[in-house]
Ligand binder design. Sequence first.
Ligand code: PA5
Length: 432
Amino acid sequence: MITLDINKVFGFIPEKQIFDRAKAAESVNIELENGTGKGNDFLGWLHLPSSVTEAMLNEIQKTADDLRAQCEAVVIIGIGGSYLGAKAVIDAISGSFDNLSNKKPLIVYAGHQIGEDYLHELSEFLKGKSFGIINISKSGTTTEPALAFRLLKKQLENTIGIDNARKRIIAVTDKARGALRTLATKEGYKTFVIPDDVGGRFSVLTPVGLLPIAVAGINIRQLVSGAVEMEKATGKNIPFAKNPAAIYAVVRNELYKHGKKTEILANFNPKLHYVAEWWKQLYGESEGKENKGIFTAAVDFTTDLHSMGQWIQEGERSIFETVLSVARCRYTVEVPEDKDDLDGLNYLAGKRVDYINKMAELGTQQAHVAGGVPNIRIEIPELNEYYLGQLLYFFERACGISGYLLGVNPFDQPGVEAYKKNMFALLKKPGC
Ligand code: PA5
């Protein structure tokens, strides 16, 4: 099981203050399950892990296998909640150099920004390659993915013909509504449904995340089993002291009340970079409203110890850190002996690189706590599908509890419309 350690918070807020919130946390957890809280029409994610059917997994796997067999590259189109979960899992589990090796299919992304050069370079990259497209959009009208899809669909049709292109395009979208559903029906694309009651940032365990993850050759059954385990461990009957999601939710809220307005998610494994990006959206979009909410930031250590490390150690004391630590590496690399020892590293000869990383982690924790930064630590036994499934669900559940403790609706995002309204007016979109 992944574990949560909050011991390095007690120097900032007393343990009693946290446990005094036990009843409040238990009661909002029950509110979540009973569907009596704010945003209760978006609670489909709550029991998603235990309700994923064998038939659904088989269908996703079969579609993924077909794409894998046909394609040298698969383009995943989506933005925000329609892409970050898949990217987080694919980056965490795949080999660091998979996309530079001969491993097939290459996984590439589009529709997650509006970069003209990026789209040109992607189009050039795909020339001469057999490629497929997974287009993920609940609304079907989000500008970024719609733009990318229009371009890539044309390229695919021009290359292999309209009929063949139809067999290489999969749409993941609303079951009945929206432009992508209409287009998919018209063109006869294979489709998967994003449930009505699951918002984008909570959708990683629907086909939104599971299909691209399976296409990348990652075991979706293990991912879902890990999430099922965490669903049980954080359920409404689990007492506060045994519920890691409830504890994490309370601790971050108490720190927030104590003036710690920014939470930095730190990892000591570069493969977790996009897990942090996913987490940033999950918490930022869920809690940043009504002029309140913790600002979510992320760093990759030890890389960022050589940049943001200064700010974290000595900048404004308004931050706390949540560290993702992976207990066991997949491979072993030992420091070799060197006869000249010009770099002075012989004292580490024979030691594993991960031992050095762990000492960096411990030293960083000691320094940051001494420097006034409360530290929450989440330990992941190994970076595999099972524990990642646990981690994703842990964060989702804690986010629901945390948002309710903060007093907001964690399942809406009214604020993201403001820029779109302006952009559409500037672009002179008809009707805007
Ligand atoms: O969490 C969310 O709801 C957003 O990030 C959406 O997922 C994102 O804006 C993409 O929307 P859509 O899937 O409708 O294209």
